[in-house]
Structure formats: structure tokens, C-alpha cells
Design a protein around this ligand. Structure first.
Ligand code: G3I
Length: 334
């Protein structure tokens, strides 16, 4: 039983409030999720390798359970993700004799995967991260080296969007990436999306993963990224928000619980972030956290395996943290 205001009501006029979930957290966090959130994303269960481990076998069990959870609690659902360089089955890139697949075979398989998956969930999933993390992190090169580009050249991105649009013309289709506020990567994401739009590719939004921390990125860089993507005339969504207690390069493992000072700092950081997001409520349609409460986060295994982190608005017992209080007030009076 919760007494605090529900996040989804606090921001009802601004954006949807989402959480990434998995088969364990829809049980352990069910009450919290139902009370505060009105959107979910599958953390891993809709990725290629999870759904389609072998060419002739789809395994929809876990994904279906998450869809049923969204229905039960009347939540929106985002789909994540149709094309990625990670968590993709090896068979996809091989022909039936174990040699490299041809471009034609690879694109045929991509098409049939996307048609099957997007088609199956067309009543339930309103938005898809069609292509995830295709931009190179460093340097001048636009696209990240991958099996996709090796075999299919640069066409695979436009094709993925076209296939998804064929399968569900109503779905909102997103390009999703991280380090989205880094000036160099931001410009490359912009360049890619702009060129897709110029080719008439059906793309409707840019997903900013928003894996941030107490220190980085700066509010100015976040603002610049939002402005730049919004200038494309697309809607934006924060798709994987968390605020780590550690700088990316900080591998320290001696912190066993966040002290009052860190919790306060995180509260100020969250407040500043949400103030900024509210300024852009006309272009930002959803803010999804990559989890819901500090008892479970992928950051417990990244970048240091087994190091605890506390990136969310709710603690390990699902009680509101100082960051929650700041944001709840902001929603009402901000
Ligand atoms: O399920 C297996 C289990 O059978 C095995 O014993 C165990 C041993 O390591 O691994 C389990 O798989 C793990 C999987 O999560 C499910 O828990 C993988 O090792 C682990 O690498 C995988 O991590 C996921 C990661 O994507 C993969 O790159 C995280 O849970 C997930 O939160 C994370 O999400 C990504 C987004 O999709 C894209 N943006 C970045 C974000 C964070 O990395």
C-alpha cells in the first residue's frame, strides 16, 4: 500500500512514465510497477536471440508474459528491439552450410523476423526501438562495424524500418542509442536520422537511452541533444533512464550503501533532469527507466560485475528515495 503520489499521475500532462521489466521483476515489483508506471519495456525478452534462437523456432513465452502484465495493469508497452549488434543469434549471419549468409538471405530473414514479431504484438505494442545502437561511438565513421554492415552494407537500417512499418502501419518507429548527448555521437545520430527521413523511410522518433550518472552528461549537453533531435520534427522518448552513483570510469567497489550525501546529490540531479524534460514536454512523449527500484538494476553487473548501484527513484524496499520526493513536487508545482 502506497501513500505517495503516483509518478504516472504527477506527469500525466507531460509524458508516460515507463520501466524496463523482466519475468522476475513483474513478480517482485508488481505492486510498485502497477502504482507508479503506465508503460513497460521488456529488458531482454524481445531481443532477437531471446525470441528467435533457431531459424525455425520462435520462443514467445517470456515476451507474452510481459505483454499480459501490461494488459492486466492497463499499461502501454514499448518494443525493444528488432535489430541490434548484440544478443542476436549467430545462425542469422550464416547460410545453411555454415558459410556467410548473402545479403539477400540476411535481409529476407530480417524481414520475416520483423513481420512475425511486430505482427504478433500489433495490438499491444505502440512503439518499437527498430534499430538499436547502430552508430559508432568514436571517430568519424558513421556506423558501428557489425555483421549487419559487413553483409548487407548500410541498407539494413532503412530496410528494418520499412519491414516494421509494413507489419504495423500504426506503430511508432524509433531509432534508439546511448551516449546520445555526447556532441560527436549526437551529430552522427542526427546525420543518420536526417538521411533516413530524406529517403522517405518511415521513422517517427529518436530514443535517448539516457544511461546517465551523478556527473555526466552536463545539462547543457542534454539540452543540446534534445534540441538537435527535435529539430528533425520527430518525437523523442527517454528509453532507458538511470542515474548511476558512479562515473563511468570509476571502478571502486568499497561503497556498500549510499550515504545521505549521495542520496541528496542524486535527488538534485534528478530534479534538474526532470525540470529540463518538462520544458520539452511537447516533444518528449515518454520517459522510461531501465528498471524501477534499486533491488534490481543491470548496473549491479556493469561495468563491474557484482558491484551494487542505486540508480532509481525507489530503494531496495520500494520506498521513495529523496530523488522521488523532489520529482513529485516538481510535477505538481514545477
Ligand atoms: O540468461 C543468462 C543466463 O542463462 C546465464 O547464466 C547468465 C550468465 O552470465 O547470463 C544471462 O544472460 C544475461 C542477460 O542479461 C539476462 O540476465 C547476460 O549475461 C547479460 O549480458 C544480459 O545483459 C543485458 C544487456 O542488455 C545485454 O547487452 C541486460 O540485462 C540489459 O539490461 C541490457 O540492456 C541494454 C539495452 O538492451 C540496450 N541499451 C543498453 C542496455 C544496458 O546494457
Amino acid at each position: 500500500s502506497y501513500t505517495e503520489p503516483a509518478l504516472k499521475s504527477v506527469f500525466a500532462e507531460d509524458f508516460k512514465i515507463g520501466a524496463a521489466v523482466n519475468p522476475l521483476t513483474i513478480q517482485s515489483q508488481e505492486e510498485l510497477l502497477a502504482y507508479h508506471f503506465n508503460s513497460i519495456t521488456a529488458e531482454n525478452e524481445m531481443k532477437f536471440a531471446s525470441l528467435h534462437p533457431v531459424e525455425i523456432v520462435y520462443s514467445f513465452g517470456d515476451a507474452d508474459r510481459l505483454v499480459a502484465f501490461a494488459r492486466k495493469h492497463n499499461m502501454a508497452m514499448r518494443g525493444h528491439t528488432l535489430l541490434w549488434h548484440n544478443q542476436t543469434s549467430d545462425w542469422l549471419f550464416e547460410d545453411r552450410n555454415g558459410g556467410p549468409a548473402s545479403k539477400e538471405l540476411l535481409l529476407d530473414r530480417l524481414k520475416s523476423h520483423i513481420h512475425t514479431v511486430v505482427g504478433r504484438y500489433k495490438e499491444d505494442i505502440y512503439a518499437w526501438d527498430v534499430v538499436n545502437e547502430a552508430i559508432a561511438d568514436e571517430g568519424d565513421q558513421l556506423l558501428r562495424p557489425s555483421k549487419w554492415i559487413e553483409i548487407a552494407g548500410t541498407d539494413f537500417i532503412a530496410k528494418a524500418f520499412e519491414y516494421a512499418h509494413e507489419a504495423d502501419p500504426k506503430a511508432l518507429l524509433f531509432y534508439n542509442d546511448y551516449n546520445e548527448s555526447d556532441p560527436n555521437k549526437r551529430d552522427k545520430i542526427y546525420t543518420l536520422v536526417k538521411s533516413l527521413l530524406e529517403q522517405g523511410v518511415p521513422i517517427h522518433g529518436v530514443g535517448l537511452q539516457a544511461h546517465w550518472n551523478l556527473y555526466d552528461p552536463t545539462l547543457d549537453d542534454i539540452r543540446a541533444a534534445i534540441e538537435k533531435y527535435a529539430a528533425l520534427g520527430l518525437q523523442l522518448q527517454l528509453t532507458e533512464l538511470d542515474v548511476s552513483m558512479f562515473r563511468f570510469e570509476d571502478k571502486r567497489t568499497d561503497l556498500t550503501a549510499p550515504g545521505a550525501d549521495l542520496l541528496q546529490w542524486q535527488a538534485e540531479r534528478y530534479e534538474a533532469l526532470f525540470r529540463l524534460l518538462k520544458e520539452y514536454r511537447n516533444v518528449i512523449s515518454s520517459v522510461t527507466f531501465w528498471g524501477a527500484a534499486d533491488d534490481y538494476t543491470w548496473l549491479d553487473d556493469f561495468p563491474v560485475r557484482g558491484r551494487k548501484n542505486w540508480p532509481f527513484l525507489f530503494d531496495e524496499q520500494h520506498r521513495p528515495k529523496p530523488a522521488f520526493d523532489r520529482i513529485a513536487n516538481l510535477g505538481k508545482y514545477g
